[in-house]
Design a protein around this ligand. Structure first.
Ligand code: AHR
Length: 332
């Protein structure tokens, strides 16, 4: 299995996409179902070590992966969601897939660390592993075939750029994070921290575990502790941003006016809230990359060169008008 340099940015994706598709072509592949099913018509078995129910983004992503790796497309996808987000249940499923001798494994990790030994076992069994969305830390690219996700660092950097423009004299802000230790949380913190202007003041950075209810409770407490003197929230996903908006309203303040709220994911609920002025900036974290994942798995199984890092393109929405215009055609 050859490794190639990281690809970054939309252009990179187009290149990766083209390479992945062309590789499928050169290995006699195409997007029709017989190719992935192999010449004898047998289905390609793929073990999906998944996160499971977590929120709107996760539902959209895992449904898209299951729809893509369908029998019609030549795959037998074995879906294994984590038990209550527990990594041990994922490692158990991962190990079972190796013992079963699946053709490939795709993994969305509930934790960034602790994967080395099972990834090495998959390598010894010559089973390609493709990481979806979540990365591993340390990021040893020799342990997996490819990582497919939007660019978390770039997405949160674009959010901070928007904040810099909104508050030229700075602002007091709060970060509502996902669960500690996740690669996406670390990357979103990095993109934000590397870009936000020095005249901003971070009052608090606290996990609300991707949850609306928890975010409402956490931000209510922070507002009270700061006498409502908070102008900005960077919520690392939509559900937590919507929770912050509820807390702002409970405090008798107006979200979008008294407190601007930024979120990441781009679900319909967030765009509806942006259209209504309850959120102020929504950065998409595009969950719909099942087609790309199929091409990467097929190229890997054909022994072709596979990009080690494939960036999925994502857009941002910075006004009610932009959200209103996009809503009719949104797919999640
Ligand atoms: O890993 C992606 C994150 O996980 C999404 O931003 C969040 O909504 C999901 O739970």
């Amino acid at each position: 299995m050859f490794k190639t340099a990281k690809i970054r940015g939309i252009a990179g994706l187009a290149l990766a996409g083209a390479m992945a598709f062309s590789l499928a072509a050169c290995s006699g592949g195409s997007s029709d179902s017989t190719d992935a099913a192999g010449s004898d018509g047998e289905l390609t078995t793929v073990g999906f070590v998944a996160v499971g129910p977590e929120g709107g983004w996760r539902t959209a992503n895992e449904q898209n992966i299951q729809d893509s790796f369908s029998k019609e497309n030549g795959f037998d996808l074995k879906y294994a969601p984590a038990t209550n987000g527990d990594q041990n249940s994922q490692i158990t499923a991962f190990t079972s897939f190796i013992d079963e001798g699946v053709d490939a494994i795709i993994l969305s990790a509930t934790e960034a660390t602790g994967w080395e030994s099972v990834l090495k076992r998959a390598q010894e069994a010559e089973i390609p592993v493709v990481l979806l969305d979540r990365g591993i830390e340390p990021n040893d690219t020799s342990l997996y075939t490819s990582h497919i996700a939007p660019d978390n660092v770039g997405i949160s950097s674009s959010a901070a750029e928007w904040a810099n423009g909104q508050f030229p004299d700075g602002a007091k802000y709060v970060v509502l994070e996902g669960p500690p230790g996740l690669s996406v949380v670390n990357d979103r913190n990095k993109g934000w921290d590397d870009t936000i202007d020095a005249n901003f003041t971070k009052l608090e950075s606290q996990s609300a575990n991707w949850s609306t209810e928890e975010a409402k409770s956490v931000f209510e407490t922070i507002l009270k502790a700061n006498n409502n003197d908070v102008q900005l929230v960077f919520a690392q996903n939509d559900e937590m941003g919507l929770g912050a908006a509820l807390a702002v309203e409970e405090a008798g303040l107006k979200p979008g006016t008294d407190v601007k709220i930024i979120t990441i994911d781009g679900t319909k609920a967030a765009l509806e809230a942006l259209a209504a002025g309850r959120l102020s900036f929504v950065a998409e974290y595009n969950p719909l990359f099942g087609d790309t994942a199929i091409e990467v798995v097929k190229a890997a199984l054909a022994g072709e060169t596979v990009e080690s890092d494939i960036v999925v393109p994502s857009v941002t929405f910075d006004s009610p008008e932009a959200a209103t215009e996009a809503l009719p055609t949104r797919k999640y």
